[in-house]
Design a protein around this ligand. Sequence first.
Ligand code: ADP
Ligand code: MG
Length: 175
Amino acid sequence: MLVAITGTPGVGKSTVSSILRKEYRVIDIHSYAEDHGLFESFDEEAGSYDVDVEKLNDSIMSEDIEGTVFLDGHLSHFVDCDKIIVLRCEPHVIYDRLKQRGYDERKILENVQTEVLDVILSESVDSGIDTYEIDCTELTPEQVVSKIGIIMNGEDIPDVTPGHVDWSEEMDEWF
Ligand code: ADP
Ligand code: MG
């Protein structure tokens, strides 16, 4: 079972993954792409290297996946996995975290807008793969992991339905 942990940079994917890693194999997409030469040309506009998602998918599909394996990364939902868990976070919180990370204003705004517009959630739902959404804003990383556990057990919880997180009230503020 391959499970993508995705979401806008700053939502808390890697923090949650560090807890999951105690019990499961977690593939960090960024270092995996680095190790497997999956970066395309430098994207001047974005100021970062692009990962070739097709090559990423082919490469992960060739891995020997035993038991449950999580993928940590904002492109992980492009991998042909069994479940996608989209982490969400209130845009001001993301703003502050990316500022802390030293991103320039343009890159911060670009990511915040991605969160406001549900971009990663939409891409995930469009894949046709079983998608869940967790609002992590008021949760500790441990509480997020516990929700992931409930999802993995196939139990019903109401607040992980894709589409329930809605930042559209903040649209005017960020655009
Ligand atoms: P991502 O991997 O999605 O880019 P990180 O896991 O690196 O995000 O988290 C970004 C920042 O937010 C880190 O400083 C981390 O400590 C903090 N953080 C992550 N999750 C939480 C949370 N649930 N509550 C409080 N702070 C968090
Ligand atoms: Mg990360």
